[in-house]
Ligand binder design. Structure first.
Ligand SMILES: O=P(O)(O)OC[C@H]1O[C@](O)(CO)[C@@H](O)[C@@H]1O
Length: 519
């Protein structure tokens, strides 16, 4: 860490002990009646109440100072200009660049022709032709991680906006049960497979694609090619596998940031090219906020700094995400990849070890279901973590008595985490005491439209970037997934032969158990 950043870091650290041990949210609200106004902030389509966190304006000011000394302004400019921000892979991170250019929000570059935009343009044209083709009844999207989670989550989230005649299915898992169950009842000639893999080397996706290809012929289909669309940065490999149509995605768009590229094909089929353009516009509006708003009035900056504060300084080991909207039930899984693959790192971008905790584990489940699962732990467990609520003001249904009750439940959980309560007369002391003073954040959308979803997801992307810059890590590579892939290849061969020589005792023992019945 350079000297100035270190001084700024130490000055934040000086505050941390008090906020971790002695700060009390209830007293803070009593002492500062305008605390909500001071610590809540709006951005396009998203309002955020950060006042129920274990911080205040003094902490925020010091964190903003730290961000400046970490080079946030310069790094943000580099990201949005499409410069190299992923040094270990020598790549830019083009997600915001792509949607901003495409949406024409970037003045003077709106009509820019660039081959990196071509795949997205081709995808939207193809999506419209699929929507207009009644012969295609089912679309099976095959892809994992960033090539699956984003489209699946967004297709679910925007279900009320669907306007296509096709049914959409998602297959990611290497476990054959996933593909097998999905294919039940489908007819080859009426099915279109979308095989999404940026690298075209992901074992899960290639295995599923080959099995789908075999299924197509085994079920009497002829000429599979036209029924297979590939989305990839490696068109030559996809062509060699027989894919009938290739959509290109740029190398510079990272997997977990790729919903905005041709990877978004299932979503564009579901909501139409116009709906997809709205998603891009919503995201680009958040990009513009991130670019233009001063750091002290910038929502992604506040959230990224809060993440740094909670994890590195207050040592809160996880963050629980609870979206109170059925459509957002896959948001925790999507954000797990975004946050934990991006910032789950233990070394600086230059490869040297870091001596502070980086990103917290992210986990969660949709509300109100989660209230009946793990909220006991959140309210009365021995460990304190932070909780994040995503609320949506207006539902897309008109069933009486649901949405107000849902919103009341979300608000109540945040209130209870902060306020706590003592067991009353006739109640059980201890068992019915709630300690309170547990931090939470509320993000509020007016409605779950394509535009608002785009803005929300872009907000999370920039937040991850901000925290990564302050931690000094490269948020755009993922070397941590490689060792397991290499070992799996070796073990696959051993499973075929039962050879355990040279293996550690546990892996050898487990292999023996499996081979007793299989090999
Ligand atoms: O699109 P691909 O290349 O199949 O990769 C899928 C996913 O696998 C990962 O590389 C991790 O293994 C992710 O970063 C990526 O989103």
């Amino acid at each position: 860490m350079d000297t100035e950043k270190n001084v700024a870091w130490q000055s934040v650290a000086k505050l941390a002990e008090y906020y971790a041990k002695a700060f009390d949210l209830r007293s803070a609200f009593n002492k500062t009646p305008q605390r909500f106004e001071e610590l809540s902030i709006s951005a396009p389509h998203v309002r955020a109440d950060l006042s129920k966190n274990l911080w205040d304006r003094e902490v925020l000011a010091k964190l903003l100072n730290l961000a400046e000394h970490a080079g946030l302004n310069e790094r943000r400019t580099a990201l949005l200009a499409g410069d190299i921000v992923n040094p270990t892979e020598k790549r830019p991170a083009l997600h915001a660049w792509l949607r901003t250019r495409f949406s024409g929000i970037a003045t003077n570059t709106a009509q820019e022709s660039d081959e990196r935009l071509q795949g997205l343009q081709d995808m939207l044209v193809l999506a419209e032709s699929i929507r207009a083709n009644p012969a295609i009844e089912n679309i099976v999207h095959i892809g994992i991680g960033g090539s699956g989670l984003g489209p699946e989550m967004a297709v679910q989230a925007l279900q009320p906006h669907h306007s296509c005649g096709q049914r959409l299915h998602f297959v990611g898992n290497l476990d054959g049960h996933d593909l097998h169950q999905t294919l039940q009842g489908l007819t080859p000639e009426r099915t279109l497979f979308v095989v999404a893999s940026k690298s075209w080397s992901t074992v899960e996706t290639l295995r599923n694609a080959r099995s789908a290809w075999d299924w197509f012929h085994a079920q009497g289909g002829v000429n599979a090619g036209p029924h297979f669309v590939a989305v990839t940065a490696k068109p030559e490999l996809a062509t060699a596998m027989g894919m009938g149509r290739i959509l290109h995605m740029p190398e510079g768009v990272g997997g977990r940031y790729s919903l905005w590229s041709a990877i978004g094909l299932p979503l564009a089929v579901a909501i139409g090219a116009g709906g997809f353009a709205e998603l891009l516009r919503g995201a680009a509006a958040m990009d513009a906020h991130f670019t233009d708003a001063p750091l002290q009035a910038n929502l992604p900056v506040w959230l990224g700094l809060l993440d740094v504060w909670n994890s590195s300084f207050l040592q809160l080991a996880s963050r629980c995400l609870v979206p109170y909207h059925h459509g957002l039930r896959r948001l925790p899984a999507y954000l797990q990849q975004l946050e934990m693959e991006s910032n789950g790192k233990r070394v600086h971008a230059n490869g040297t070890a870091l001596d502070y905790p980086t990103t917290a584990a992210l986990w969660g489940e949709v509300g109100s279901n989660s209230q009946h699962a793990f909220f006991q732990w959140l309210h009365q467990g021995t460990q304190r973590i932070s909780t994040e609520f995503v609320l949506v003001r207006r539902p897309a249904h008109c069933l009486e008595g649901h949405h107000d009750t849902l919103l009341a439940n979300g608000l109540a959980q945040a209130q209870a985490l902060m306020a706590g309560a003592e067991a009353g007369v006739g109640q059980l002391p201890g068992h019915q005491d709630f300690p309170g003073n547990r931090p939470s954040t509320v993000l509020l959308l007016d409605e779950l439209s394509p535009t608002a979803l785009g803005a929300l997801l872009a907000l999370y992307e920039h937040r991850v970037f901000v925290a990564g810059v302050v931690w000094g890590i490269n948020s755009f590579d993922q070397w941590g997934v490689e060792l397991g892939k290499t070992l799996a290849k070796n073990l696959q061969q051993r499973l075929a032969t039962g050879n355990t020589s040279g293996l550690d005792g546990s892996t050898a023992g487990l292999l023996h158990w499996i081979c007793e019945t299989q090999c």
